[in-house]
Design a protein around this ligand. Structure first.
Ligand code: PMP
Ligand code: GLN
Length: 383
């Protein structure tokens, strides 16, 4: 393995899921739902297979999906030409990798907020770039927010892009319009690209609003907006994602993408187009049910003795293990499946400063209520 990829040999999700399976544990580690997406979407995929949509789709993605993505983005007031400004990818993961491969040159710096989703650091490394990491800071409310001064201090003459994830995995933070405006100012002052990961755009609670960075004044021309179907429609295994942005930048991403996978998921593309157009009521129910699950798991964790942090969106909640007498989240998560039959993931592995995050672990709540209740009753055995 080449040196630049040596830090990335295995993911924490694979490690913790393997431990969970071996121990027969309730897996609140890797985030994936345990129920299916909307019936109409599942039927649309079956129909697509039955009616012969089984060969390579067009390079940019099937036209009905690109049109549906353009319509969906219009709800934020952003306009994309489906022919030149939208590219369908194999999940958001490929969109992120192809974007970085296309736009980051050897030695260019990319600013990430930590904790960062694991693929960001690996994809920056694949591209030969360097990451500069800015820590989110814990506020008295238990929310992890943006430190604008730290962001400004991280910009150097080599900085090429800022990668922004909101709603944020793993903290559950939803960046506010004010925080995003501050990021937009930094991008414009230093002529930086913005790359946004909005895969949790539909999963936010308590009347919060998702604000795409690319919808702010002066940002459309410098932003690549990435999202995918997996989280909004409970189909994480379908791996249908997309990137939207100015034609010239999307053409660059397409150049990289065509040699990674060329295309993917032909029969799922019309099904996701259907979901984007016709399943907003189903998504509203999902959002309401996840808000309840957030409350259920957060209360259960607090009763079990954890220091529970705020979850404003996504399907994750972070918790401090110190009140239970533990000091290291990685050790805690490695022992947990065998000890009490629950799996979680340590947040320190998503950072460059593990000491700062050592006490925080992440639990996923995208599970049936009875599964959450079983996990909670097992977690009570930690006391
Ligand atoms: N970004 C974040 C923040 C995620 O949590 C995930 C899901 N694991 C992804 C990207 C990847 O999305 P996809 O499955 O569409 O590749
Ligand atoms: N996005 C999911 C999570 O954060 C899982 C991703 C993965 O397994 N690579 O848990």
């Amino acid at each position: 393995l080449v040196p630049r990829l040596q830090p990335f040999t295995s993911t924490i999700f694979a490690e913790m899921t393997a431990l969970a399976v071996r121990a027969g544990a309730v897996n609140l580690g890797q985030g994936f739902p345990d129920t299916d997406g909307p019936a109409g979407m599942l039927a649309a995929a079956q129909e697509a297979i039955a009616t012969g949509i089984n060969q390579y789709p067009p390079g940019p993605g099937r036209p009905e999906l690109r049109a549906a993505i353009a319509e969906q983005r219009a709800r934020y007031g952003t306009r994309f030409d489906p022919d030149t400004e939208i590219l369908v990818t194999v999940g958001a993961t490929e969109a992120i990798a192809a974007t970085l491969l296309a736009l980051i040159d050897s030695g260019d710096e990319v600013i990430l907020f930590e904790p960062y989703y694991d693929s960001y650091a690996a994809s920056v490394a694949l591209a030969g770039g360097q990451r500069r990491v800015v820590a989110l800071v814990e506020e008295p409310s238990g929310r992890f927010g943006l430190d604008v001064d730290a962001l400004r201090a991280a910009v150097t003459p080599r900085t090429k892009a800022i990668l922004v994830n909101t709603p944020h995995n793993p903290t559950g933070t939803v960046l506010t319009r004010a925080e995003l405006t501050a990021i937009a100012q930094v991008c414009q002052e230093h002529d930086l690209l913005a790359i946004t990961d909005e895969v949790y755009e539909d999963l936010l609670f308590d009347d919060r609003e998702h604000v795409p960075l690319g919808s702010l004044p002066g940002m459309a021309e410098r932003t690549l907006t990435i999202s995918s179907a997996g989280k909004s429609f409970n189909c994480t295994g379908w791996k249908i994602g997309w990137v939207c942005g100015p034609a010239e930048l999307v053409a660059a991403v397409r150049a990289a993408k065509q040699f990674l996978t060329f295309v993917g998921g032909a029969p799922f593309q019309p099904a996701v187009a259907h979901a984007l157009r016709s399943e907003s009521a189903w998504v509203a129910d999902l959002r309401a049910s996840l808000a309840d699950k957030r409350t259920r798991l957060s209360a259960g964790l607090a009763e079990a003795g954890f220091g529970v942090r705020a979850a404003e969106g996504t399907y994750f909640v972070c918790a401090d293990v110190r009140p239970l007498g533990f000091t290291d989240g990685l050790e805690f998560c490695r022992a947990l499946p065998d000890k009490i039959g629950v799996a979680a993931v340590p947040v320190q592995v998503f950072t460059d400063n593990p000491d700062r995050w050592r006490h925080i672990v992440r639990f996923a709540f995208c599970k049936r209520d009875e599964v959450l209740d079983e996990a909670i009753s097992r977690l009570h055995r930690l006391r």
